[in-house]
Design a protein around this ligand. Sequence first.
Ligand code: SF4
Length: 253
Amino acid sequence: MKTYLSLGAGVDTTAILLMPDVMDKTDFVMFADTGGENPETYAYLNKYIKPYLEQIGKPLIVVHGEEKVRGEIKTNMEEAYLGWNIIPVRFLRHCTDKWKIKPMHKYLTETYPEEKLKVIIGFAYDEIQRVNSTRWKDQEVWYPLIEKKMTRDDCVRYILSKGFPIPPKSGCFYCPFQRLDQWKELRFKHPDLWQRAIILEKNGSHYPQMTLSNFKKKGSPLTLEDVDKQLGKSLYDYEFDPAEEECSGACMT
Ligand code: SF4
């Protein structure tokens, strides 16, 4: 049996990485990279996670989705969605399925065709409602944080107690499950990425009815461009419906 940690590079899975009792039973760590993580997440991966895994002797396997878009293979989700004229949407999970689950399954079935697999998922104790083992088909699923009754805040404290900084929120910069403060951070800290999110949204064939964010005005959806036009106005001044669910569990963000 091979046991691997499905790394989201956020708080939950970083806490697990630092748990010797779990990592002793882990053969490798796997990260599905959509190509759209925020620069801070890539920096944290390079500065803290990769050197730490090297130090404890656990391989990090990075996989990418691979989709044919108008005759061309794309390994970057943003480029693929631009080519398909679609956007990731909250009520469909094609982004997670195609760019997280599928590349992981492909790697695992090709590399371990006969082996039984156990996947470690980093849901915290206060995220127990996200548990959905059906995504993992015939793999065993292990939830160490739920087993240990560790909430997200416990994970933060644990990471700090181990001398590591808190990782930034992971996930695609155009993710439709972002909270208001994440869109705000993107708008003001990464104006280039914010503009790319606007382009991605506008390129969708159902624009402007279908939007990436859930900004609203008098109950009607606002596009990121609508929001952007009001430069200087605080994003907190808009109506904003938090997503009912978070980025799918498979993303572990
Ligand atoms: S982080 Fe968001 S956009 Fe990226 S794969 Fe997950 S749900 Fe989709």
